[in-house]
Design a protein around this ligand. Structure first.
Ligand code: F6R
Length: 353
């Protein structure tokens, strides 16, 4: 139930730190170490390449998952949109393993891929929130999200849960994982809590920058680019503001032509090694009139309105940078009088192809 919350979406955003702690608790062995079943570890180790297949927000989580799997466990990973995969099937490696990411576990586009790869004889894992859902039943292995029921159509806590479960998978399949994932995830949960407590800031920024605007751009590099894709999807689907996420380095190759006076641009900067590059992109869009909000781990110049994120491990920043983006979308939709939990034309589980 919503309890005192005006919308399920807001409640589900606030639940994210608890969900993350629940995931940590559910993926621990008797010695308190992060663990997944040995069948899954073996299946991943035997595979020469992982193919993540998903739609929408789950696809965006898959992009972050690829970065985690490749960087932490050195496992080559591709990410595919389910509806494209069926007829635009990539050339597969010798020993592929498929990972289906789906909150509902019922998405028809993803199921169509599962049917196809099963015919080809390939193994599969489902990462889903709903035990016993179609994808859960029809795959060889399963990992649960433990996010609890997600009622709002716009996915929030399932998205960060997907990233958390993928990060646990990445560190448990790597024999000499130097990453203290358990500690780092716990720290991320505390940082999430701090971000959720800062609602007045997002509300004010949404009012000032977004509610009157026709469009909005998110820019970022590396994993921040993936967060930009998800941030833009969230804003589009619930506030109906046309929003796009761009790789910040691509601006000069075309997109910057869209920037006019007062065009809102949200820059996400969590990666130290490329922070100067994205900061110079902020200067470029500001010089063309953009109204910039930065979501970043460092304080930028005083003239830029900013949402500061406390330190988390650089590989896990997508877990926390999603939260300000979700809340900006929420408040933009609220002040535009949109039907936040049930946006027009959308269904919670998409059972048609
Ligand atoms: C966006 C959203 C959708 C779903 C997509 C896949 O907020 O909810 O983009 O992520 O329809 O759904 P699942 O994860 O249930 O397969």
């Amino acid at each position: 139930e919503k309890g005192t919350y005006p919308h399920y979406m807001l409640k589900e955003i606030d639940e994210q730190p608890f969900v993350l702690r629940r995931i940590i608790a559910n993926y621990q062995d008797e010695n308190g170490k992060l663990a997944v079943s040995s069948e899954i570890v073996n299946a991943v180790k035997e595979a020469d390449r992982l193919y993540i297949v998903a739609c929408g927000t789950s696809y965006n989580a898959g992009l972050v998952g690829k970065s985690l799997l490749e960087n932490i466990s050195k496992k080559p990973t591709e990410v595919h949109i389910s509806s494209e995969f069926v007829y635009n099937t990539p050339i597969l490696s010798e020993k592929p393993l498929f990972i289906f990411i789906s909150q509902s576990g019922e998405t028809a586009d993803s199921r169509a891929v599962l049917v196809k790869i099963k015919e080809m004889g390939y193994p599969s894992i489902a990462i889903t929130n709903v035990k016993g859902a179609t994808l859960y039943r029809e795959t060889d292995y399963q990992m649960l999200l433990h996010a609890g029921p997600e009622i709002a159509v716009a996915s929030t806590k399932a998205y960060t849960a997907q990233i958390a479960v993928l990060s646990i998978l990445a560190c448990t399949i790597e024999d000499d994982c130097s990453f203290d994932m358990l500690n780092e995830l716990s720290r991320a949960a505390s940082v999430m809590e701090g971000l959720c407590d800062n609602k007045e800031l997002y509300e004010n920024l949404a009012k000032e920058y977004l509610i009157e605007s026709r469009n909005c751009f998110y820019i970022g590099r590396h994993v921040d680019y993936y967060t930009c894709l998800e941030a833009a999807l969230k804003l589009k689907e619930i506030s109906y503001i046309q929003a796009e996420g761009f790789a910040a380095g691509e601006l000069k190759h075309g997109t910057i032509a869209l920037i006019e006076d007062n065009t809102p641009v949200v820059a996400i900067i969590t990666q130290e090694k490329i922070n100067l590059n994205t900061r110079s992109n902020i200067k470029e869009v500001k010089a063309r009139g953009a109204a910039v909000i930065a979501i970043s781990m460092r304080r930028l110049s005083a003239e830029t309105d900013q949402i500061i994120i406390d330190d988390v491990h650089e590989k896990l920043t997508p877990l926390v940078s999603a939260i300000p983006a979700q809340l900006l979308a929420y408040y933009a939709a609220l002040y535009r009088d949109c039907d936040i939990d049930k946006p027009r034309n959308l269904a919670k589980s998409v059972t048609v192809e």
